[in-house]
Design a binder for this molecule. Structure first.
Ligand SMILES: [Zn+2]
Length: 580
């Protein structure tokens, strides 16, 4: 059953969008809008706008938008009902009626409860006699009891239905175990069995402190070494980082990004409580956005092997692009931070942290190791590659410093090196200029909705429809002068919005997108917010009449082309009759 419009209106009225958003984003006023750095994509200059009078937010960069309820859905990763409940609580209002929670929200709650119960079960198993091998493994890896407790480590016993038996006894169904990624179904027999068997279990906890999945490590040399829960409605590995729930509370102003759980757990044990790891996947744009919410400084400490170094080269530009300053910690004399800490201790690791390299140092260092600089042809190849690295540095002082260093290594004069770098910079700026020209062409397409499903068939009519909606939302009394029908709109989404706004007006409610409820998808609400945030309209009665005229003309034209054969023949006959 849908929530009542008056309840939604009150939720919206008692949670002013600028108040709610400023709990997540620092906003500064620019005329009637507030602007800040978008929490949904990485950026250095603000393109995220909030319009308090219209009750909406809209990002001109990533095109997310909507009212206050959508904002909470997006940023807290909640369903519509959960977001309404969240805002009700925030404003000290009664929660939306129990039992009205939507099915998806209820299912999420169930799966979260199941994962929590499973974490308790695995943790308890670790104390039983059959977990001796797991305890031996923990001891061998040097993990303390405090670390085991902090991370809630556990043991998945070596049976087929240990977890399933326990969880079904607690009232969870096998279906729910499958949906939570904790059980698997046999292809032919159809029987359901535990996904994790005879493994050391690492609960994966989201930033809100809920267990959402597990990673399991083998106790011997069998494969796969690590096994993660499959992706579920509560677990997306591209959007979650292991131990971020702890790292976000760290007093350090940087975050250490490591490759595996074991590195992170060991780092925390040795006092580096700002360490996180991605979960069996390379760093994604979503990870970068998530990280940028908590820090502006990252130290990358991937494994010393080829794969780790490739991952480092890939991650560097992604993080830098998001305005995060990155340093690379090279583990020396060990294969990963875990091994290093056990061999040399935390003080040695701290000195590696101090010596960690910025992007230019890291790349030049890698080149120096790659080439044999005693051979002339290798020197030339080194200088050529180094030129590219240095030319891309934005800071002139940095370019000077590193070109001298590279010139010395290559055994050529600093002037010659600098001249090469200047040439490379000119080439680079030409490439960028061409990219800019391509962007300019793309701007011409910008009036089209970003969502393919919302594309306008008749751009001229759609622009008039957009302008009309903007005027109506700004001055709802104008509805008294507009007698258009939804079917006359060329763009279905704009027609539906017109009808919804009109209903709000007729019921004497505030007119706008913030309380439209569940009848519109997030993409549709984002699009409508973008429409309302466009500027440059003429505000006068002429404009309103012009909009209505253009909309009517276009509707007429569509009607004519949509005529049946009989209609057209009859019209032709009419014309012929009139002539005679
Ligand atoms: Zn954005």
């Amino acid at each position: 059953m849908p929530l009542s419009p008056s309840y939604l209106d009150e939720i919206v009225a008692r949670n002013p969008i600028e108040d709610v958003v400023s709990q997540y984003v620092t906003l500064t006023r620019r005329s009637s809008n507030l602007f800040g750095l978008c929490p949904f994509h990485s950026e250095k200059t603000p393109s995220f706008s909030v319009a308090p009078e219209k009750g909406i937010y809209y990002c001109f960069g990533c095109h997310k938008g909507g009212g206050v309820i959508n904002f909470i859905m997006e940023i807290e990763n909640l369903t519509f009902r959960e977001a309404v409940a969240f805002l009700a609580k925030r404003a000290g209002m009664d929660p939306p009626e129990e039992g009205r929670a939507d099915a998806a929200g209820r299912e999420r709650e169930r799966l979260l409860a199941l994962c929590k119960a499973a974490a308790r079960y695995y943790h308890a198993q670790l104390k039983l006699p059959q977990a001796q091998a797991a305890r031996d493994y923990i001891a061998k890896r040097g993990l303390t009891g405090a670390t085991v407790t902090k991370f809630g480590l556990g043991y998945a016993p070596d049976g087929w239905t240990g977890l399933i038996d326990e969880m079904t006894a607690l009232g969870f169904s096998k279906e729910e175990l499958l949906k939570a990624g904790l059980a698997l179904k046999h292809q032919t027999k159809g029987t359901v069995y535990d996904r994790f068997r005879n493994r050391l279990m690492f609960p994966i906890i989201d930033v809100r402190g809920s267990v959402i999945a597990f990673g399991g490590r083998v106790l011997d040399d069998s494969t796969p070494k690590y096994l993660n829960s499959s992706e579920t409605m509560i677990f997306n590995k591209r959007k979650n980082l292991f131990a971020l729930n702890y790292a976000k509370k760290s007093k350090e102003d940087y975050i250490i990004l490591a490759e595996g759980y074991m590195d992170v757990v060991t780092l925390h044990q040795y006092g580096f409580d700002c360490a996180v790891a991605s979960l069996g996947t390379a760093l994604t744009e979503d990870h970068v956005t998530l990280l940028s919410k908590y820090t502006q400084k990252i130290v990358l400490t991937y494994d010393a092997d080829e794969a780790g170094q490739n991952a480092t080269r890939r991650a560097l530009p992604m993080l830098e692009k998001a305005g995060i300053s990155v340093r690379v910690l090279r583990v020396q004399g060990a294969k990963d931070p875990d091994e290093f800490l056990k061999k040399y201790g935390p003080d040695a690791f701290r000195s590696l942290l101090d010596k960690s390299e910025n992007q230019a140092e890291y790349f030049l260092g890698a080149l120096l190791r790659k080439y044999d600089l005693t051979a002339d042809d290798q020197k030339v190849a080194f200088a050529k590659e180094a030129t590219q690295v240095i030319a891309s540095l934005p800071n002139a002082v940095e370019r000077d410093v590193y070109s001298r260093r590279a010139a010395e290594a290559a055994g050529i004069s600093a002037d010659a090196m600098m001249a090469e770098i200047d040439r490379a910079r000119k080439r680079l700026s030409r490439t960028r200029q061409k990219a800019q020209e391509r962007t300019d062409t793309a701007v011409a397409m910008m009036h089209q909705p970003k969502e393919r499903g919302l594309r306008y068939d008749d751009l001229r009519a759609a622009m008039a429809e957009e302008g009309l909606l903007r005027q109506l939302v700004r001055e709802p009394e104008l509805f008294g002068r507009v007698d258009l029908k939804e079917a006359e709109f060329s763009a279905p989404i704009l027609g539906r919005a017109y009808t919804a706004f009109r209903l709000q007006y007729e019921e004497g409610r505030p007119v706008g997108v913030s309380s439209l409820g569940e009848a519109f998808t997030s993409a549709e609400l984002a699009h409508l917010s973008g429409v309302l945030q466009k500027s440059g309209d003429l505000v006068n009665d002429r404009a309103l009449d012009d909009y209505i005229r253009i909309i009517r003309e276009s509707a007429k034209k569509r009607e004519n082309t949509g005529q049946s054969v009989e209609d057209r023949l009859r019209a032709a006959a009419d014309r012929a009759n009139r002539k005679t």
